[in-house]
Structures are given as C-alpha cells and as structure tokens.
Write a protein that binds this ligand. Sequence first.
Ligand SMILES: NC(=O)c1ccc[n+]([C@@H]2O[C@H](COP(=O)([O-])OP(=O)(O)OC[C@H]3O[C@@H](n4cnc5c(N)ncnc54)[C@H](OP(=O)(O)O)[C@@H]3O)[C@@H](O)[C@H]2O)c1
Length: 248
Amino acid sequence: MSGPRIAILGGNSAIGVAVARRYADRKARVVLVGRDLAALERDRADLLVRGAAQVELQQADFAALDGLSEVAQAAWSAFGGLDVALVAYGSLPDQAACAASADTAAAALALNFNSPALLVGELANHFEAQRAGVIAAISSVAGDRGRQSNYVYGAAKGGLQRFLEGLRHRLHAAGVAVLDIRPGFVSTPMTAHLPQGGPLWATPEKVAGDVVAAIDRRKAVLYTPWFWRFILLIVTSLPRPIFHKSKL
Ligand SMILES: NC(=O)c1ccc[n+]([C@@H]2O[C@H](COP(=O)([O-])OP(=O)(O)OC[C@H]3O[C@@H](n4cnc5c(N)ncnc54)[C@H](OP(=O)(O)O)[C@@H]3O)[C@@H](O)[C@H]2O)c1
C-alpha cells in the first residue's frame, strides 16, 4: 500500500527535502519540482532508500510566471491528484541592492510573492474540485512586520500570508486546508552567508517535523520553532516610536 501523494514545489530546497524525507518514512508517492535536475536526482535516490513508494521529478523555473499553470497541472497529474502540495522555494534578496535597483526589487517580489501566490492559486483550483487535501506554503516571520533591514522580502512574504488567508477562506467550504508556514532563522543554503548559531537558529529537520505535524492537524498558521509566535507578538506590538529606534 502506498502512502500519501505529495508534491514539493522547490523540491531541492533544504526545508522541502527535509519534509520529503518525513513523507518517505510514510511510504509516500512524491513529486519533486525544481530547476536543478541533477540535485533532484540525488534527492530521489535518497527518498527511495528511505522508503518512498515512488518519486517523480519535474523541471521548472518558478520565475517564469507564464509557465506556472502547466507546472501545477503536471504536479497534479503525476499520481492522478495530490493529498498535499508544499510550495517551498524562494530567495533572500539583498535589501540595499533592492533599494538601489527597481529591477532587482521586482525580481525579488516576483519570485517571493507573485510566483508562489499564482502557483498556489493554480493548485487551489485542482484541490477545490477534488474537495480534499492540504495546500501548504512557506512564508516567513519576516512577513509579519515591515522592517528597514528586509522590507522587500518581508513585503513579498506578508503578501503571501494575506493571499493564503483569503484562499483558506475560499477553500474552507470545499474541505481543503491551507497552511501558512512562518519559519524564523533556519540553517539552509539561503542563510549560509549569515552568522549562525545560538538559540534562535533551527535546523531544516526541526522545521520539517513541525510542518508535517501542522499538515496532519490541518493547521492554518504555523510559527516554527514555536517561540517565534511570541517573538513576533512582541515585535508587532511595539509602538512605532520605540520600533523606529531599533535596528531590526
Ligand atoms: N532559511 C530560513 O531562515 C528561512 C526563514 C523563513 C522562510 N524561509 C523560506 O523557506 C523556503 C525554503 O528556503 P530554504 O531556507 O530551504 O532555502 P534553500 O535551500 O536555499 O531553498 C531555496 C530553493 O528555492 C529554489 N529556487 C530559487 N529560485 C528558483 C527558481 N527561479 N526556479 C526554481 N527554483 C528556485 C532554489 O533552487 P536552486 O537550488 O536550483 O537554486 C532552492 O531549492 C523559502 O520560501 C524561504 O523564503 C527560509
């Protein structure tokens, strides 16, 4: 007997791979979608060794917005429907470069907002017709309040949070859950250039465990690790005069 059918859009992202491994333990059928086929091949071999029933690979550039409908259709068709779709790609743009160049900012906004929002929207039409399943997408705690150090990325992630919120409202009647995943600092290639370590940093494996539990429970919003919920409660509650004195 095969386990659940899951598509990971951003199939070789560190968090996406860690989630895929959890599903391999459940003998899942997995679709990995990404642009680096050689990396996806390595992930496929790893997942099959770990117990995945089947792993399909699909190549896609998520920055190509006009191809997203086909990307969603292909992922949906691999196993004749999906139980879970996880949108797990993105980039961490340099805020100063975005402030200096509208083209750089536009590319960052497109990859971190337009693309995942449009892709999730395409997937939603399939899930809604099926009347079952879970759509999950990784936003970020950075989307909760605009800050001088990363407001282009934060705006994209905040926009994605609102999009998921509206989609969740729409899909409630169809019995489809929509999960907004908000990690804090996670040690992955995306953050490899930052000083790491200390209690605020989590591993992709820790985040993946939280993500799988939240999908199982059909949660709406996940802060991971859990303490970020309280950190963001404080950050979003700070009165503006105090907030503006900070270097966040
Ligand atoms: N790490 C953190 O601290 C953190 C915190 C909050 C939220 N997040 C979010 O978590 C998600 C996963 O990131 P991660 O931390 O796991 O980092 P990661 O391992 O660097 O993953 C990012 C992925 O995005 C893919 N990607 C970027 N542009 C693409 C494009 N145009 N077409 C296809 N794939 C593209 C990359 O593919 P390639 O390998 O081919 O480049 C890579 O697999 C992202 O949405 C990120 O914003 C991360």
